[in-house]
Design a protein around this ligand. Structure first.
Ligand code: ZN
Ligand code: MN
Length: 263
């Protein structure tokens, strides 16, 4: 029997949540169920923001909601596409509705500080739209929703340091250097390095979209770039760096919460 994790919304009681309304930011991780190569599981995009949010909650008053595991349709130009078994996606309107409903219901309960922490590039516009629709027409009462894409807070200096062999850009960074390293840090049992193809490839991502999606836009493995250069040690460094960036955003955007107990 493991101890309750008081950072997690799914593990605390309703009076515990009530007592922390507006004394902690509520973080909702947004992910995707999407292929991540032969060596990573389908849930990477939800797991990473979930674990980054938990790490941030050690340094700033925050409650972490259960992740929204499903996301908007995976696109070949950002690493996936709908042609892999197990990539199961939502329509944009559905995801917008989920984001709007969650934000709206939190606002109804008086929670005014909300973060959407996103781990799947294709979700971005729909999470933004949901937040915007939930806030539309509200009085200016201090309510704030912040949308963070974790990968946008990894500095070029950190990438240079950790991956001197080169970084392909975030569109090609799918199941590759950063995602594999972070998974090796947070959830090492879910990483299967022996299933990586023997040779790393750089796969030029198409910078346009075709509908219906043709075959062959991404490699058979689903990995667009090197994953062999990933490691748990690099994952530690990345996780510390990204968590610090997230905490800095929380301190800047929600200064009124900084004095509350962490959990
Ligand atoms: Zn991913
Ligand atoms: Mn993704």
């Amino acid at each position: 029997m493991s101890a309750r994790d008081l950072r997690r919304l799914d593990q605390i009681t309703w009076p515990e949540f009530r007592d922390r309304i507006n004394r902690a930011v509520l973080i909702v991780p947004f992910g995707a169920v999407e292929q991540h190569g032969y060596h990573l599981p389908l849930g990477v995009d939800g797991q990473l923001p979930f674990h980054l949010a938990l790490a941030a909650a050690d340094q700033f008053p925050a409650i972490v909601a259960p992740p929204i595991w499903f996301g908007y349709k995976s696109q070949p130009r950002s690493g996936g596409g709908g042609r892999f078994p197990g990539t199961i996606s939502l329509d944009g309107g559905t995801l917008t509705g989920i984001a709007r409903d969650l934000v709206g219901d939190l606002l109804r309960q008086g929670q005014r500080s909300i973060v959407l922490l996103n781990g799947h590039m294709e979700n971005t516009a729909f999470a933004a739209e949901g937040a915007d629709l939930a806030l539309r027409g509200r009085p200016d009462d201090g309510t704030k929703v912040v949308l963070i894409n974790w990968w946008e807070h990894v500095g070029a200096d950190v990438l240079d340091q950790l991956f001197p062999e080169g970084f392909p850009g975030w569109e090609a960074e799918h199941a590759s250097l950063t995602e594999t390293s972070l998974m090796a840090h947070f959830l090492p049992d879910l990483v299967l390095p022996d299933r990586l193809p023997a040779q790393d490839d750089y796969w030029p991502v198409p910078v346009y979209s075709v509908f219906p999606e043709p075959a062959g836009l991404v490699p058979e493995s689903g990995v667009l770039y090197q994953a062999h250069a990933a490691s748990a040690d690099k994952g530690v460094r990345l996780a510390e760096h990204i968590t610090a960036q997230i905490v800095e955003i929380l301190r800047r955007e929600f200064p009124q919460l900084a004095a509350s107990p962490a959990h």
